[in-house]
Design a protein around this ligand. Structure first.
Ligand code: SF4
Length: 458
């Protein structure tokens, strides 16, 4: 089917000429990158981007299945777009991504939202031009949720930023954490060939992209499915030698696969930023086991110790699930104790959200939502205090930022990012976007820092 649809796609003419598209992206960085791939494909068809739904001839909602909240958001967006479809009959409304890779959800959307023309899953990305062509010619809703993974690696992308690009190195996940749908909706791990990654990175560097983030649900298992003897640490070393790049980031790291070799690579490679996003999810061994995380709190704490002693000034951020089925007050106290012990620079905590089809969704959950909310508030309070204290340690220091552009909340200020991924706001000219600058940190807040511009480096 894949080669057939690719042949058909190649025959498709530029039916997007003179038309506009809008993509709304929910969820993680991998989804953001998928939206960049969609953009490149749509622009090859002649479409131009717009931020205004009323102007769009094609609207794609790129969905997320990790929690329930983004799912509710999709339903509310589709409700809103209903009237647009009444005003503009030729508008194509498409829903894609992780949520719609699930057959039950895809059929629900088709039946519940009659205005939707196309429903496609994560694996259908290479067939998108063909599917849109079909959607504009057919009255019936088109559905593509086949599990054909092929063709994904060859797709071009159009980075939304002018200096930063996402580069996937591994797709899918083999870990089957009890609460997570990713292995079901993104399939098993598939590492990209190193030569393809390096050639993409070279091409990005040649087009003045100075910062890249290497992406994978678990970058640490990169290479395990390839014949060559290759690890993520070795790949980082090879990418570090690409000329023109200034900063290399990566995410996400599964703690069970984070090797001493990787810590050493981050320590040694000048371009690799000192930041690990290392989701711990829980601080209780009983809950970690129920979650199928395959490490203990002791192993996690030891890993953090090794990272911190090898890389001075490193930042460690995390994800934490509060109220996993069966989490007792004692389990929660263990999580609180762990975050106080690690002192994460920041942590994204959220209340457990059952996902149909996962093991955790079949576990008995006897904690009230009220109690879960209380625990979340308690945890956030502790973490926010720690984040602020960690930021305060930087006040008075001169640090390097990559300037991202005018601040979203105050366009008179510029926003930059430290190597440790912390956001810094400072006064400066808008033409600094994409440049490195030195700033002096003057004020620390919980979520960000304020600074004075000292020098533009390049
Ligand atoms: S490592 Fe666990 S949480 Fe992360 S994507 Fe894989 S299954 Fe989901």
């Amino acid at each position: 089917m894949q080669s057939q649809t690719r042949e058909i796609s190649e025959q498709i003419t530029c039916f997007g000429e003179g038309k506009r598209y809008m993509i709304t992206t929910l969820g993680c960085q991998m989804n953001e990158h998928d939206s960049e791939v969609m953009s490149a494909m749509l622009e090859n068809l002649g479409y131009c981007p717009t931020d205004l739904p009323e102007e769009a001839d094609l609207i794609i909602i790129n969905t997320c299945a990790v929690r329930k909240k983004p799912e509710d958001k999709v339903a509310s967006m589709l409700g809103k777009y209903h009237s647009l479809k009444d005003q503009k009959k030729e508008l194509i409304l498409a829903v894609g991504g992780c949520m719609t890779q699930q057959e039950e959800v895809a059929l629900y959307i088709k039946n519940r939202f009659k205005q939707v023309d196309l429903v496609f899953g994560t694996h259908a990305l290479p067939r998108l031009p063909y599917l849109i062509d079909q959607a504009r010619k057919n009255k019936e809703t088109i559905i593509d949720i086949t599990e054909d993974y092929s063709g994904r690696e060859e797709l071009p992308s159009k980075p939304f930023s002018s200096f930063h690009a996402w580069v996937p190195i591994i797709y899918g996940c083999n870990n089957f954490c009890a609460y997570c749908l990713v292995p079901y909706v993104r399939g098993r791990e598939r590492s990209r060939r190193p030569e393809d990654i390096i050639s993409e990175v070279r091409s990005l560097a040649g087009r003045n992209y100075r910062e890249i983030t290497l992406l994978g649900q678990n970058v640490n298992s990169y290479g395990q499915d390839l014949e060559a003897d290759l690890t993520f640490a070795k790949l980082l070393g090879d990418i570090g030698r690409v000329e023109g790049l200034t900063r290399i980031r990566f995410m996400t790291s599964h703690p069970k696969d984070l090797s001493p070799e990787l810590i050493e690579a981050v320590r040694q490679e000048e371009k690799v930023c000192e930041h690990f996003h290392l989701p711990v999810q829980a601080g209780s061994n009983r809950i970690l086991e129920k979650m199928n995380r395959r490490y203990t709190r002791e192993q996690y704490l030891e890993l953090v110790k090794e990272i911190k002693s090898a890389i001075p000034g490193v930042s460690i951020t995390s994800d934490i699930i509060v109220g996993f089925p069966g989490e007792t007050g004692e389990d929660f106290a263990d999580t609180l104790d762990l975050i106080k012990n690690v002192r994460f620079d920041s942590a994204f905590a959220f209340i457990y959200s059952p996902r149909k089809g996962t093991r955790a969704s079949r576990m008995e959950d006897n904690i009230s939502y009220n109690e879960k909310e209380k625990r979340l508030q308690q945890l956030n309070k502790v973490q926010q205090r720690i984040s602020k204290e960690e930021n305060e340690r930087l006040v008075g220091k001169i640090m390097e930022v990559m300037v991202e552009g005018p601040s979203k909340s105050d366009p008179g200020m510029q926003t930059g990012r430290l190597r440790t991924n912390k956001l810094v706001h400072f006064k400066g000219p808008s033409e600094l976007t994409g440049k490195l600058a030195l700033v002096e940190i003057t004020e620390a807040r919980t979520w960000n820092l304020f600074a004075e511009l000292k020098e533009v480096v390049d």
